[in-house]
Write a protein that binds this ligand. Structure first.
Ligand code: FNR
Length: 184
């Protein structure tokens, strides 16, 4: 039996009832057999302060271990003020330090996002891609998963009910799995 590709899912929203966390849960269900998705919650991270990164809190150590043991990461995040939410950026910064010990380096990735707005987190996604350049990560380019008008695409229990979105998430996961295999 071939080993499954391990994908670490990270939601950029800590909100109860978050559409982005719902989208990650949907990805878990839609994931092809050849891979598995484990979700890591970034709740409870202290604010990053340079100089304190040499002796990080336990949650950061666990986060870095989880990133390192995964073959790829999948970020599902809201767009806040046209960019990456602070809690997500804070967690990214923690895992990138101390200098020379970034957990992100060389990691394959995929990005998706849900928004009640019309362009489904596009601006956040391009800022996150820019961050991934500095982190030396390898995000897939396509398909892009921008879930606009998101309230219409999930039911009241948080289930993804929009077939087109299910299809594109599945296609993104297939592309991510192939990408991760190439970089393995
Ligand atoms: C938002 N929201 C938002 N939406 C968007 O499409 N572009 C944006 O720039 C912003 N900016 C923004 C800033 C702040 C501080 C908040 C709290 C919200 C709305 C946002 O997309 C909406 O609240 C989503 O539902 C958040 O995602 P979760 O929590 O449902 O995953």
């Amino acid at each position: 039996m071939t080993k499954k590709i391990r994908i670490l899912g990270i939601s950029g929203s800590l909100r109860e009832g978050s559409f982005n966390t719902y989208a990650l849960n949907a990805a878990k269900k839609l994931c092809p057999e050849s891979a598995e998705i484990e979700i890591f919650s970034i709740a409870g991270f202290p604010e990053f302060i340079q100089g304190q990164d040499e002796d990080p809190p336990e949650i950061v150590t666990k986060f870095k271990e989880a990133i390192r043991s995964a073959d790829a990461v999948l970020v599902s995040s809201p767009e806040y003020n046209y960019s990456v939410p602070g809690v997500l950026k804070n967690a990214i910064d923690w895992a990138s330090r101390p200098y020379g010990d970034s957990a992100w380096e060389g990691k394959t990735a995929a990005i998706m996002g849900a928004s009640p707005g019309a362009i489904g987190t596009a601006r956040m996604q391009y800022h996150l891609r820019q961050i991934m350049v500095f982190l030396d990560m390898h995000p897939i380019n396509k398909p892009e998963v921008m879930i606009n008008n998101c309230a219409e695409k999930f039911d009241e229990s948080g289930e993804l009910i929009h077939e087109g979105t299910q299809k594109i998430i599945r296609m993104m996961l297939e592309a991510l799995i192939e990408h991760a295999k190439r970089f393995a």
